[in-house]
Design a protein around this ligand. Structure first.
Ligand code: ADP
Length: 844
């Protein structure tokens, strides 16, 4: 026999397929949808569970209801059976009794005994009555145990007895019995005691003759009380109702005002064999099966609601979590993008110093890739080999958390071995539980920054050195606060580190006062004057500082300070020595002018002596003449007077010459005053005339009419004119020209030139040999002279005098063809038009 090979149980293909299908479907769903399904699944199961519980309850309830109905029906039937048996049995007894009465075995007076015997065992019987066919009462018996009455009153009995000529229930029953000759039950009625009762009338048949009825009255209430089994009445409410559903008796007594609960199960059966419309009703109350009052149901419902509520809460929570997760993911992406894009290198280490992470910037910076670095323990590949010790020390410091907050500067090495400067900042890495797991180091390449910084500091140093080395005091004062923002060494040396010096240089005004000068033009925003800052107050001023006894050339400038504040910068240069030199030069110039005048006079001394000689000789001659004529007594008084007058005149002439020379020489301080050109010309020609006459040179003067007033020092201008005229005369004299050519012309005319404006031009033209080539270039040079006795300071002084009056002096040769026929010196003096007219009128 072949051994049967049992194949391994194949996997159930159906379940596998379903699993796979579900798996693919599930994976296709979006995460939010998965979440929704994951939440809705339990929710739906809870709802299904609740529905199952409800249907189970429903089913059980129906089941119980059916059982209850069954039990009610059964109980009803039991009760009916009991009552029926009892009634039938009583009916048979009554029929027997009725027969005995008919056969006269029982006489009316012997009725009580069998009646009592009958009623004793039957508490439902209230009365037993015997009436004949004519409705006469033969005998009656009232049950005592019902009413505690041995004898009923006739009136009460009357209600139950059929009476002739009365239409009541007993009468109608009697008639029916008479006709049917058969025991008949009456419909229920209220007897004389107010109880619901019904009668059974049994016909008395005596030889086929109707001889009356035996009437038994049943109490409905007693029937219910005695013949409904106790277990039935305990379970249910049993009532007897008439054909109109009126309750005649019940096992449950309602309190007055109490409303009967509507029964859920009702079962009616006729109260056989009475057949008089009475019905037995049994009502069942579902006490334990009410759905609403079922505790278990409510517990389940409450638990289900709680579960649903919690599921919904979970769902909401999950949705929130999902949102947070999404935010987290985008945050992570954002951070990663940021981290990848930034230039700062990041390196994470665990607590032992092992590299756990490096970002792309770190790799780019060092040239190593992630594999080279991650997992590496110190010494790291980017440490320069000659700096292991230093780097190790820094790392230990880092691991102990003692790195300075401002970062540390290190040298790092690239993969190719080149070095760069880096700055590293360290911060602890903390996990979500608050436990430190390592260190995060950020690294920036500061080679370029360091180079720039070094350059900057070098340039700053240069700048400071220059500023500090300046002989000028440089200070910057904030305009609003009056605070000294900068002061160089010279400033500190002269004024100390205080703003007072700045104020003194600024003209004794404090800076806020300077600001006040701007008034409305200062806008309220930055306190900056709206006018151009760099131009504000940039005019140089010369300031004397009393405390230092120094003169300063001060240049002020407004500028915006590095913090945006408006500041005033002053550059004060010590010009004391220059000032002193200038003063000295001026004093010397004055002295030179006086000296020059003295020299001129010295040069003219022989001419002056010659000039003075004439009047003195004349005086001597007059005096000698007069003396001899007086001695000889040959003079008449009028002649003497005439001679004396002539003598005085000559003396006066000599005195005038001396006065002029004194006036010309004496004045030393230059003083400008309104002067008329004609007066200046007259004075200088008077002096020059001495020289001209001696040298036999003729002077022709032309002065234009109504010339404007000049604001000049007349003595200095006279000096210039005298010099020019003297030079001209000397030139003519030295050339030894014949008399017709010994001429000088002096012209004074007003002119207007484009570059000088209105001027008065003085021109001295001579007919001399002119200026030689080599002389023209050095004409105004001091101490340049072609003359043997010449000092050569005349023309240089002339130029400085004219230029100090803002005029111009020039010299040129006059030509006739190629021959020089003379030379012309001319100078101009500006006319101060504003004052001139008024002065002119005042002087003329
Ligand atoms: P000084 O008269 O003492 O020589 P100046 O300064 O007055 O000094 O003159 C300088 C020189 O200019 C003279 O030496 C002379 O050579 C020349 N010079 C001045 N005026 C004339 C002139 N009118 N004609 C020719 N040469 C002149």
């Amino acid at each position: 026999m072949q051994p049967v090979k049992v194949p391994p149980a194949p996997p159930t293909p159906g379940s596998d397929l379903a699993k796979r299908l579900f798996g693919t479907w599930w994976r296709r769903q979006s995460p939010s949808r998965q979440d929704r399904y994951a939440t809705l699944g339990p929710l739906v199961s809870v709802l299904l569970f609740l529905a199952a519980i409800i249907s189970a309850f429903w089913y059980l309830r129906n089941e119980e209801l059916e059982r209850e109905q069954e039990s009610v029906k059964r109980d009803t039937e039991i009760a009916q059976q009991q009552v029926r048996l009892r009634l039938i049995e009583s009916q048979e007894q009554l029929i027997r009794m009725a027969r005995d009465i008919a056969t006269r075995a029982i006489k009316p007076d012997g009725f009580v005994q069998p009646a009592a015997g009958f009623a004793r065992e039957r508490p439902e019987i209230t009365h037993l009555m015997w009436v004949d066919a004519d409705l006469r009462r033969q005998a009656s018996y009232s049950s005592a145990n019902m009413h505690m009455q041995v004898e009923s009153s006739p009136e009460e009995l009357d209600r139950s007895l059929p009476m002739p000529h009365r239409e009541g229930v007993p009468e109608r029953t009697f008639e029916a019995t008479q006709q049917l000759r058969y025991p008949t039950y009456s419909i229920p009625y209220l007897n004389g005691f107010g109880h619901w009762v019904f009668q059974l009338q049994v016909p008395l048949i005596d030889n086929n003759r109707f001889a009356g009825t035996l009437i038994a009255e049943y109490s409905v209430e007693a029937l219910v009380r005695y013949f409904i089994p106790a277990d039935v009445s305990n379970r249910h409410v049993v009532t007897v109702i008439d054909s109109q559903d009126k309750v005649l008796s019940s096992t449950v007594m309602l309190m007055p005002g109490q409303i009967a609960r509507p029964a859920s199960i009702v079962h009616d059966v006729p109260l056989a064999p009475a057949g008089n419309g009475l019905k037995l009703r049994v009502q069942g109350y579902r006490t334990s099966i009410g759905l609403i009052s079922n505790t278990l149901f409510w517990m389940v419902a409450a638990l289900s609601t709680l579960t649903v509520w919690m599921l919904l809460g979970t769902w909401r929570h999950m949705r929130r979590r999902l949102q947070m997760q999404n935010t987290l993911v985008s945050e992570t992406n954002f951070r990663r993008a940021m981290e990848n894009s930034m230039l700062t290198g990041m390196r994470a280490m665990d607590m032992e110093g092992r590299i756990t992470y490096v970002n792309p910037a770190f790799c780019a910076m060092t040239g190593f890739n992630e594999q080279d670095l991650i997992g590496h323990l110190p010494p790291f590949p980017h440490w320069p080999p000659d700096r292991y010790d230093e780097n190790n020390r820094l790392l230990q410091q880092e691991l102990q958390g003692r790195s300075p907050a401002g970062g540390i500067e290190v040298k790092a090495m690239r993969k190719d071995g080149s070095l760069f400067d880096a700055r590293m900042y360290v911060s602890p890495l903390i996990d979500p539980k608050g436990v430190q797991t390592g260190w995060m180091t950020s690294m920036t390449n500061i080679t370029e920054a360091k180079r720039v910084r070094d350059q900057l500091s070098a340039s700053h140093e240069r700048f400071t050195t220059v500023l500090e080395g300046l002989d000028a005091a440089v200070s910057v004062l904030s305009v609003q606060q009056g605070e000294l923002l900068f002061a160089n060494r010279s400033y500190r040396l002269w004024f100390g580190a205080e703003a007072r010096g700045h104020a003194a240089l600024a003209g004794g005004e404090s800076a806020p006062a300077l600001l006040g000068d701007f008034g409305d033009s200062v806008d309220s925003f930055g306190g900056l004057p709206t006018q151009e800052l760099t131009e504000a107050g940039s005019d140089p001023r010369e300031v004397y500082v009393e405390s230092l006894q120094k003169w300063f050339d001060v240049r002020a400038r407004y500028l915006q300070w590095t913090d945006g504040r408006l500041a005033q910068m002053l550059i004060a240069t010590d010009i004391t020595s220059r000032r002193n030199a200038e003063t000295q030069a001026q004093q010397q110039a004055e002295k030179a002018q006086v000296t020059s005048r003295l020299v001129t006079m010295g040069e003219m001394a022989s001419s002056v002596a010659h000039e003075l000689n004439q009047p003195l000789t004349a005086i001597t001659n007059y005096c000698n003449g007069m003396v001899s004529r007086v001695k000889a007594d040959a003079i008449e008084k009028p002649d003497l007077i005439t001679a004396l007058e002539k003598t005085a005149k000559q003396a006066e002439r000599a005195a005038q010459i001396i006065r002029r020379i004194r006036a010309f020489v004496k004045r030393s301080e230059p003083r400008r005053e309104p002067s008329l050109a004609a007066n200046i010309v007259e004075e200088s020609v008077d002096l020059a005339g001495i020289e001209l006459r001696r040298r036999n040179v003729a002077l022709h003067i032309y002065v234009a009419q109504r010339l404007p007033v000049l604001m000049v020092d007349p003595i200095l201008i006279e000096q210039v004119l005298l010099n020019l005229l003297k030079n001209a005369a000397e030139a003519i004299d030295s050339a030894g020209l014949p008399l017709p050519r010994r001429n000088i012309e002096l012209r004074v005319i007003p002119r207007h030139t484009p570059d000088e404006g209105g001027v008065i031009e003085f021109t001295v033209t001579d007919s001399g040999p002119g200026l030689k080539e080599e002389v023209i270039g050095r004409l105004y040079e001091a101490f340049f002279s072609t003359k043997v006795e010449g000092l050569g300071i005349g023309l240089s002084l002339c130029r400085s005098i004219i230029e100090s009056h803002r005029g111009r002096i020039r010299a040129e040769n006059l030509y006739n063809g190629a021959t020089v026929v003379g030379c012309r010196f001319s100078f101009t003096l500006p006319v101060e038009t504003a004052k001139s007219t008024g002065l002119e009128t005042a002087l003329t």
